[in-house]
Design a protein. Structure first.
Length: 729
């Protein structure tokens, strides 16, 4: 018997060495790592106990026992962790509390080993021991201490919990192949615990029965590895999917055998349990076609994914996604689009697409160009950048003309009076037009009555738009000579004035017979003669319509071949009687300021989130705000943004409207359901500039609206107003 037991020890050690090498070679995940630790710990334990069996003295027996315990104390812990990962329950142990608990368990095992190392000096693990020369072989006879009993209870708890997880996994596995593997893994654990119970009951006498149990357990692990691929397809499939999803999932190895399928797959392919090969043939046939296929009223889209072990192909995962609702939704959208087209909505759709598709790249161009102007020190580069800026703003002006005409025609153009600084408006106009005039060799003259009240109340944006259109046309249609802008006023009643603008040029002039064409949309005077001059033919039409909304009209006088003169008056409320003074001085100061960019504020403690599905648009915002020191987080989808707001607190959130999967308004609605967004300011950051866009975003719940292309100064000013004052330096 003694020699038979020695043979078992030698055989188990050799088998465990090969098992360790095999597991280490194929280790791909945490489950494999813990299986390797279990195998290594068992091998060390069995090798140490072999030394105990061969010992002739008490000192040799104690030394070999202590060596065996260097592995034995880790066998139950590593086996439990292997079972946890094998059963897919590792998420339960990802919390901080779970980590503390695992550290505590590790400490218990370390303490056990320390007590065994110091067994001569304490009675906690072995209350007494002696070396006896009787029985099958000379051995240590000992009595268990209190820590030994507590440690035995811990091992029993490990076993019960591990078997519970394996039983749950067995019930949820649908493949007979997987169920068999679960049985052999369970058999390894049951064998170990049975022989452990035999040992503590005293059946083994001189021989430690747990060692024999570990040796037999090794056999079951070998069977699970070689017969049921414990280290192969199953774990690789687990990396790609979880067991229970709404999608039907089938994992097939390279030999065409089903290694895994979930419950939706069993419902979709009823023959998968009883006739797996028939099911595999049908699945491959459907996947090869790649078309959506119907089962009853449901429609599914097949997807094929390779399962690889390193560079080696180990199998294939077939995923069948239920597309019924999505396809039904698409059909409903198509029907709605058809109805919309039949209701003559084509023009609005066109304008919306133009607004977004053209404004987005213009936003990138002008945004990056602004950074060149801010950061470049080379005069030639700055000159190039100004040219880009001019061309970009010209393109933007053409788009705005079309969109504004649509708003006016649909009666959705709003005149919004605000308080504004007249001198600032005039300086902006000069900045926008003077450089273009100078490049054409024209002289630009400015005449502003110094006594005009500086602070007025009116629609500054629309007045500026009208004057800018007049100035732009004057420069475009003047080849040589002068473009002159005059600003004057006349006192009116009840604290108002009649503010007048006059633009005069020495350009080509207008024939009297062409005067009636001047205000026709999409019509250009003398098209053949002026074909090389840029423009959409909308400027004068828009000016006339805007002035009509403000209770005014455009006066025109022209001599063909000599020049033209355009003027209008608008009633404005006087806010302050302080005079505008010397506009030229103000212009020179502004020009100097433009040469040297200065950020409006610093807010290093503020944090904002920018959501846009185009990466370069995110870059533009980040670069425009980088000198403000604001902390900026980026998200390229609504779902990514929702995850970020759950992790961080934001002062302001900019959200683009047109995004795939979840658009900006849907994202806003989901964010407002979260407590983490309370107090945040939501800004619609969008290229959508069609009629009523601003009101649409405000009605949707946004706090404010900023259209693309984004201007750095406007962005900073808006952010300055939205950020908490205590965070602004």
């Amino acid at each position: 018997m003694y020699h038979f037991l020695l043979f078992i020890q030698y055989a188990s050690i050799i088998g465990l060495i090969f098992e360790c090498m095999l597991v280490l070679k194929n280790s791909k995940n945490h489950a494999h790592s813990y299986l390797f630790q279990y195998s290594m710990a068992t091998m060390v334990n069995n090798a140490g106990y072999l030394g105990v069996m061969l010992s002739k003295t008490e000192g040799e027996a104690i030394l070999c026992l202590q060596m065996s315990y260097s592995g034995r104390v880790w066998i139950p812990f590593s086996l439990l962790m292997f079972v946890i990962y094998y059963c897919g329950q590792e998420k339960r142990f990802c919390t901080r509390r779970s980590h503390v608990f695992l550290y505590l368990l590790s400490f218990c095992h370390i303490a056990t080993y320390i007590l065994v190392l110091t067994m001569k000096y304490n009675t906690l693990y072995y209350s007494s021991f002696e070396f006896v020369n009787e029985g099958l072989f000379p051995h240590l006879r000992y009595s268990s201490g209190i820590w030994h009993h507590l440690y035995d209870l811990l091992i029993l708890a490990y076993t019960v919990y591990g078997l519970k997880l394996l039983f749950q996994k067995y019930r949820t596995d649908f493949s007979p192949f997987e169920k068999q593997r679960d049985i052999f893994v369970s058999a390894a654990i049951v064998t170990s615990i049975l022989f452990f119970i035999l040992e503590i009951s005293g059946v083994g006498e001189a021989y430690d029965m747990t060692v024999l149990g570990y040796a037999i357990s090794t056999v079951f692990i070998y069977i699970a590895i070689f017969r049921y691929r414990l280290l192969n397809t199953r774990d690789l499939a687990r990396k790609f999917v979880v067991d229970r999803l709404s999608e039907a999932i089938v994992a097939v190895d390279i030999y065409g055998r089903i290694g895994f399928f979930n419950e939706p797959a069993a419902l979709l392919f009823p023959e998968i349990k009883d006739e797996p090969q028939k099911a595999v043939r049908r699945i491959k046939e459907i996947a090869d076609k790649g078309d959506i296929f119907a089962v009853g009223e449901r429609k599914y889209q097949p997807e094929v994914n390779e399962l690889k072990n390193g560079e080696k192909l180990s199998g294939t995962a077939y995923v069948f996604t239920d597309e019924t609702d999505r396809l039904r939704y698409i059909e409903e959208l198509k029907e709605q689009k058809r109805l919309a087209d039949s209701a003559n909505r084509a023009k609005s759709t066109f304008l919306a697409n133009m607004s977004h598709d053209i404004r987005s790249p213009i936003n990138a161009v002008l945004g990056m160009d602004e950074m060149i102007l801010r950061e470049s020190k080379e005069n030639q580069i700055i000159s190039y950048a100004y040219n880009i800026q001019t061309a970009g703003k010209t393109l933007l002006s053409l788009i705005n003309d079309i969109l504004d005409l649509s708003k006016v025609e649909e009666g959705k153009m709003e005149i919004i009076p605000v308080q504004y600084d007249l001198s600032s408006m005039v300086v902006d106009l000069v900045n926008l037009i003077q450089e273009r005039a100078v490049k054409k060799g024209l002289k630009f003259e400015l005449d502003v009555n110094r006594k005009i009240p500086c602070l007025l109340n009116g629609d500054e944006i629309r007045i500026k738009q009208c004057v800018l259109n007049l100035l732009t046309n004057a420069v475009k249609y003047t080849k040589e000579g002068t473009v002159r802008m005059s600003v004057d006023f006349e006192p009116s009643d009840n604290g108002t004035i009649l503010l007048s603008f006059n633009v005069k040029d020495t350009g080509i002039g207008i024939k009297q017979e062409d005067m009636e064409k001047l205000f026709a949309a999409f019509t250009r005077i003398e098209e053949k003669r002026n074909r090389n001059i840029e423009g959409s033919g909308l400027g004068m039409s828009i000016v006339q319509k805007l002035l009509s909304l403000m209770g005014s009209e455009l006066a025109v006088s022209s001599v063909y071949g000599e020049g033209s003169e355009f003027s209008f008056e608008v009633k404005q409320e006087v806010v302050s009687k302080e005079e505008v003074g010397d506009i030229t001085k103000r212009f020179n100061e502004t020009r100097e300021h433009r040469r040297k960019y200065n950020e409006l504020f610093h807010a290093p403690e503020a944090r904002i989130l920018v959501v846009d599905d185009t990466e370069i648009n995110l870059d533009v915002i980040e670069h425009l705000l980088k000198r403000t020191l604001v902390q900026i987080d980026r998200a390229m989808s609504g779902y990514e943004a929702l995850n970020l707001v759950k992790m961080h607190s934001y002062d302001c959130i900019f959200i683009d409207h047109v995004m795939p999967e979840m658009d900006g308004i849907e994202t806003l609605q989901e964010m407002k359901k979260l407590k983490e967004t309370e107090g945040a300011v939501f800004i619609a950051l969008t290229a959508n500039a069609i009629s009523g866009a601003r009101q649409m975003y405000l009605d949707a719940g946004f706090t404010n609206y900023l259209s693309k292309p984004v201007e750095g100064e406007k962005l900073e000013r808006l952010l300055y107003e939205c950020l908490p004052k205590e965070k602004i330096e």
